[in-house]
Design a binder for this molecule. Structure first.
Ligand SMILES: Cc1cc2nc3c(=O)[nH]c(=O)nc-3n(C[C@H](O)[C@H](O)[C@H](O)COP(=O)(O)OP(=O)(O)OC[C@H]3O[C@@H](n4cnc5c(N)ncnc54)[C@H](O)[C@@H]3O)c2cc1C
Length: 363
């Protein structure tokens, strides 16, 4: 995984790369395919327990996070998503200095977390959050709804973003912790690739304030995790390229292997180029974060936008090379085809990444 990218790594990362590959194809391999949402919901806590037991839910440097997601996403996009959501649900606890029981439990894989930011009227426009937080004695009460929330209905706790009563704009948004008993699961939202997604309602739900400047905390959390979305995209694209190469070598038409046709060779070359540029951008951004660079939002946005868009292209090309076989429901490429789509949307759409890049250029 590190060959050709040595400039961004330290010696110890080579061992990390071996460990993550071993973990991904070994224990994590069992979670390769969930056929529907019920299976995905059942597998999620098990996958989290496994990752927790193996120590992968403890804080990692950015490059390790990326190596892990790249390796796991190549084997199981669902397990990768599960890992990412646990990150989104624990990073804000760490950043806010939370000292309750959930952080340790979630980091050991003994509790499932959720990150509830998106609402029907507040997607990319996070500052438009309408869920209201009202002070109640020493604590808080929340009212409102969230949707498109991963782990909805199966999380033990949620980090919830809500607006202080009477406030406006991003400065009026706080971050709260809400335990599962206080949250009404309003039903699943079924995706094309199995994923435990759903809607939540808060009805005078008891909440603990994590951070008054919740918008900033949310953005810092996304900043920490976003580069790893690019890595997951690389993992999926890498797997698709590998499947396409194997097929091109073995499949014969018109008396020769597909790999001997120049049109197929050109496709393979374009796929490899797309993957390599994605990995360069991804590990550059991860390396910068590990150097403690104050601002690398632009580089992270570039990695996320490029790697996720290119992964879509690579996987689509792989399906073209596999022909009809690639579309069969048990084909890994068909699964990747459905799974990769969400990466261009969650944790900031590609358009939002372009806005971030342009804002930085024009600063
Ligand atoms: C699989 C999956 C899992 C998710 N999990 C979670 C989760 O756990 N927690 C959570 O809080 N959310 C989650 N989300 C929600 C996700 O973060 C949002 O879908 C995303 O932020 C986009 O918001 P939206 O869907 O409302 O789209 P919108 O914001 O309505 O955007 C629609 C389109 O308009 C474009 N657009 C919007 N604003 C602009 C602009 N200013 N300029 C140009 N184009 C623009 C967008 O790029 C997009 O193409 C998940 C989504 C998916 C698909």
């Amino acid at each position: 995984m590190i060959d050709g990218l040595e400039a961004f790594f330290e010696t110890r990362h080579r061992e990390v790369a071996e460990e993550v590959t071993h973990f991904a194809v070994g224990p994590m391999g069992a979670y390769a395919t969930a056929h529907d949402d019920d299976e995905a919901r059942a597998q999620t806590p098990e996958a989290i327990r496994l990752m927790g037991r193996s120590g992968w839910l403890q804080p990692q440097d950015s490059r390790t996070l990326c190596l892990f997601r790249e390796a796991v996403a190549a084997v199981s996009p669902l397990a990768d998503a599960v890992f990412a959501i646990q990150g989104l649900a624990t990073v804000p606890l760490r950043l806010s200095g939370y000292d309750g029981p959930w952080l340790e439990r979630a980091s050991l894989g003994l509790a499932v977390g959720g990150f509830a930011m998106t609402e029907p009227e507040a997607g990319s426009d996070v500052a438009n959050i309408q869920t209201i937080a009202r002070a109640d004695g020493d604590g808080w009460r929340l009212n409102g709804q969230k949707w498109l929330i991963s782990n909805a209905g199966i999380a033990d706790y949620y980090v919830v973003f809500a607006r202080f009563e009477g406030s406006q704009g991003s400065r009026g948004i706080g971050a709260f912790l809400v335990e599962r008993e206080e949250v009404h699961f309003a039903g699943p939202q079924v995706l094309s690739a199995p994923h435990p997604l759903g809607q939540l309602e808060f009805r005078d739900s008891q909440a603990v304030l994590l951070e008054r400047e919740g918008f900033k905390l949310g953005m810092r959390t996304l900043d920490t995790m976003r580069v790893s979305v690019a890595a997951a995209a690389c993992g999926m694209a890498g797997r698709a390229l590998q499947e396409a190469l194997e097929h091109a070598r073995s499949r014969r038409q018109f008396g020769q292997a597909l790999s001997e046709f120049q049109l197929i060779q050109a496709k393979l070359a374009q796929m490899a180029l797309a993957l390599e540029t994605s990995r360069l951008l991804t590990y550059r951004a991860a390396w910068q974060r590990d150097q403690g660079r104050e601002r690398n939002t632009r580089e992270v946005a570039m990695a996320k936008a490029h790697a996720t868009e290119q992964a879509q292209f690579v996987i689509d090309s792989a399906m073209q090379i596999l022909g009809g076989r690639g579309m069969l429901a048990d084909s890994p490429v068909e699964h990747l085809y459905r799974a990769v789509r969400a990466l261009r949307i969650y944790e900031g759409t590609t358009e939002v990444q372009y806005l971030i890049i342009a804002k930085d250029l024009l600063r």
